[in-house]
Write a protein that binds this ligand. Structure first.
Ligand code: HAM
Length: 420
């Protein structure tokens, strides 16, 4: 084998792709119910879009971006996430002018140069939604509820919602100051990332996964004690909405998330089935991002979940249903002449909406019936009649009953079976 797949990427083979299709179509049908519309943006964007929105001192921007210069020496980056590109597209296309609220969804590949492990890839796929324009706590509850709907409908179990608030531009300095006071005495014992963040983005220290650092965080002041009245009211209303929707949640005061654009609500949906990379879904409110990228003040909230992680959970469940993609009709011609006729009938049946397949090489009926069984065909069309008559024999594979049909009657008959 001369070439191998790049580290941290994976081929999605035909036996796994039905699960992907199920996840995507389930999400799409729920997006319709919740009135979210699809948006597709390029795989790469100008690098600065990500460094400004996700934040210069984040792991994503500092260590994980696939950045390259194009032939004109412009710095471009393969998108590591969808929120910044959607916000860029929202502004650039003036979506804010057409409606006060834009409810958008996206599905596609994202790229992060991370250390690969189970559930963590360098090319992975997200399904996400962004509600741009609404400050209402209902909007936060709606996106969380939408995530839960998708996972419920997919049959994912053992999920829990963790939620927090990280305040707004008014109360964030107060939160950060309290945090710094608490950490100051142990600063030299923390990892270098935490030490850098202490001055730039102290809140993100809470996101540190280093075990040693975490021991110093015990007894940290609860962010909620430092937030302003508006943020506190907003958060309480989000929680009330979740209660009203019967969505259980845990408040996790350390949930600050690894991207800088968040304000107020942050949340994750975690799964017990996923091991170390246990977050299947993450999101939150980002009221400052649109204005940071040059627009007017536009509150926004969204979420994204990883398809690979959803697939992992579904694969671990015994009940993971396989897709209904078996062949309905198999065509078995017994020589070259009849194969040409079979090819014509194959095309007619496919145009009539029937899933069918035909062997282009073998003449043996026995071998073809064996193949039909392997593909799960319900009927086999056998071409062994007089070639002048445009006739064939239809065999029901379950009952073994057979009947002779003209080509046009065969089509009508099978259409009646499958498409009525
Ligand atoms: P995120 O938490 O970075 O948030 O990613 C969301 C989800 O993408 C994760 O919960 C996980 O399922 C999946 N994911 C992330 N990195 C990887 C990886 N390396 N391999 C496999 N799956 C991964 C965001 O990206 C935000 N843009 C979400 C958001 C939307 N916030 C507001 N709106």
């Amino acid at each position: 084998m001369k070439y191998n797949i790049p580290r941290g990427t994976k081929d999605i083979l035909p036996d796994e792709s039905p699960l992907w299709q199920r996840i995507e179509s389930t999400a799409q049908s729920i997006f319709k119910r919740f009135n979210f519309k699809e948006i597709r943006t390029p795989i790469f964007e100008v690098t600065e879009l990500f460094s400004r929105s996700i934040g210069d001192n984040t792991d994503i921007v500092e260590k994980e971006m696939y950045t390259f210069l194009d032939k004109k020496e412009r710095s471009l980056t393969l998108r590591p996430e969808g929120t910044a590109p959607i916000t860029r597209a929202y502004l650039q296309n003036g979506l804010h002018k057409t409606a006060p609220i834009s409810k958008l969804y996206y599905i596609g590949p994202m790229f992060r140069y991370e250390r690969p492990q189970a559930g963590r890839y360098r090319q992975f796929h997200q399904i996400g939604v962004e509600n741009l324009g609404s400050e209402h706590p209902f909007a936060d509850a709606e996106v969380i509820n939408l995530g839960i709907h998708i996972f419920d409908e997919l049959g994912l179990k053992d999920l829990s919602v963790q939620i927090n608030t990280v305040g707004c531009s008014v109360c964030r300095p107060v939160i950060e100051e309290r945090l710094k006071q608490f950490i100051q005495n142990n600063l030299n014992s923390l990892c270098t990332d935490c030490q850098t963040r202490f001055d730039n983005k102290p809140l993100r220290i809470l996101d540190c996964k280093n075990k040693k650092c975490q021991t110093y965080f015990a007894g940290l002041p609860d962010i909620r004690k430092s937030i302003c009245q508006e943020c506190s009211d907003h958060f309480n209303q989000v929680l009330e909405c979740l209660d009203a929707l019967n969505i259980s949640f845990t408040i996790n005061p350390r949930l600050v998330r690894g991207l800088d654009y968040y304000s107020r609500t942050t949340f994750e949906i975690v799964s017990n089935q996923l091991g170390a990379q246990n977050a299947i879904c993450g999101g939150g409110r980002y009221d400052g991002l649109v204005s940071q990228l040059g627009g007017s003040h536009t509150p926004a909230v969204g979420l994204a979940f990883g398809i690979e992680r959803a697939v992992m959970i579904l694969q671990s469940l015994e009940t993971a249903a396989t897709a209904d993609d078996h062949i309905q009709v198999y065509l078995a011609p017994c020589d070259l002449d009849r194969r040409v006729r079979g090819f014509y009938v194959l095309n007619e049946l496919r145009r009539a909406g029937i899933r069918c397949e035909m062997d282009y090489v073998r003449d043996s009926l026995k071998a073809q019936l064996k193949q039909a069984n392997k593909l799960g065909a319900e009927y086999v069309v056998i071409f062994n009649d007089d070639t002048t008559k445009r006739q064939c024999t239809l065999k029901n594979m379950k009952t073994s009953k057979q009947g002779v049909f003209t080509f046009s009657k065969l089509k009508k008959h099978l259409q009646g079976v499958y498409t009525c």
